[in-house]
Write a protein that binds this ligand. Structure first.
Ligand SMILES: [Zn+2]
Length: 310
């Protein structure tokens, strides 16, 4: 057993107060740790021998879940490059059949970063208006790879690894404020901020937020910012990745305002109250396309300029 005890405690509180949501995302740790945590949560919904709402892990019901032999627990697990909309539709259909073992139907999605945008949208509708009682658990390496529309609808938990823990300790020793640490942890991989001081991170954040505000308000200065402010700021691959991660979180925050989800991490106010959801979704799609281009080695500056002009 290698369950993250901190997360198990958090779930115990959630279960004790009957606040279980119907969609969760587990990121971080390794594949086995995430999967084990998912099954643990699933068992809490089926085990007949709960102790303080946590499953016994020993009874035949718990074991059946370990053996992937509970017909109410479905799992998407494929070796293909992507999880397409047809696959999601098939599983949704299977999820809408009646339960046989308990009151809830479960869907676990491994490698959720492989969901195509279309599949993700289809899944979203399901998360928003589930038929019957469902529990959907998405598993992924890093939530930075998950579409913000999905992120805004699920509650996510980060499994800690020794690496991340020691990086976090290092960062607080080098003077990272609690606020910046929380933003960094929710936004990016800590290796991307490892070389920065707290002041440098604050400055980086400020420049990125300013660019984003101008971009969202169609302010032509956003384009000038790329040359005058951002170019010199992002002088390494890590910093470029940090920039994209912050922008993604800003989009996600903006979306959170539109849906009144109160899940903002960085922004305190809606940067453009007049922006519609379809327009914002369109921007997020361009952003995702831009990051793909950057990943395939188009220069950072060219990518950001074309996004800004879009
Ligand atoms: Zn049990």
């Amino acid at each position: 057993m290698s369950l993250d005890t901190k997360i198990v405690q958090e779930f115990q509180q959630i279960l004790n107060s009957n606040r279980l949501n119907h969609a969760y995302l587990f990121e971080g740790g390794n594949y086995k740790q995430r999967h084990e945590l998912a099954l643990f949560l699933v068992k809490s919904q089926f085990c007949p021998n709960l102790h303080d709402n946590l499953p016994c892990l020993e009874c035949s019901v718990c074991q059946t879940i370990d053996l992937n032999d509970n017909p109410d627990v479905l799992e998407i697990k494929n070796d293909k490059r992507s999880i397409g909309v047809d696959e999601v539709k098939d599983y949704k259909k299977a999820m809408s059949t009646s339960t046989t073992q308990g009151d809830v139907k479960v869907l676990i999605i491994n490698d959720a970063q492989k969901l195509t945008a279309q599949a993700a949208n289809n899944l979203l509708k399901f998360i928003e208006e589930p038929e019957g009682q469902v529990l959907i658990i998405l598993l992924t390496d890093s939530k930075n790879q998950i579409l913000p529309t999905i992120l805004s609808r699920v509650q996510s938990f980060t499994l800690s690894t020794d690496d991340q823990n020691s990086l976090a300790t290092e960062l607080s020793q080098q003077g990272f404020s609690e606020k910046n640490m929380a933003i960094a942890q929710a936004t990016t991989e800590l290796k991307n901020v490892q070389e920065m001081s707290d002041e440098e991170f604050s400055h980086f954040l400020e420049v990125t937020i300013n660019w984003f505000k101008k971009y969202e308000n169609n302010d032509a200065i956003a384009f000038i910012d790329v040359q005058s402010k951002i170019k010199n700021l992002v002088d390494s691959r890590e910093k470029q990745e940090l920039f994209w991660s912050i922008v993604e979180k800003l989009f996600s925050d903006e979306l959170s305002f539109k849906y009144d989800l109160k899940k903002q991490v960085i922004l305190g106010t809606d940067v453009n109250p007049n922006l519609t959801v379809p327009k914002l979704t369109q921007q997020i799609d361009s952003y995702l396309g831009t990051v793909q281009k950057w990943k395939s080695n188009v220069s950072f500056q060219a990518c950001l300029e074309s996004l800004t002009l879009d």
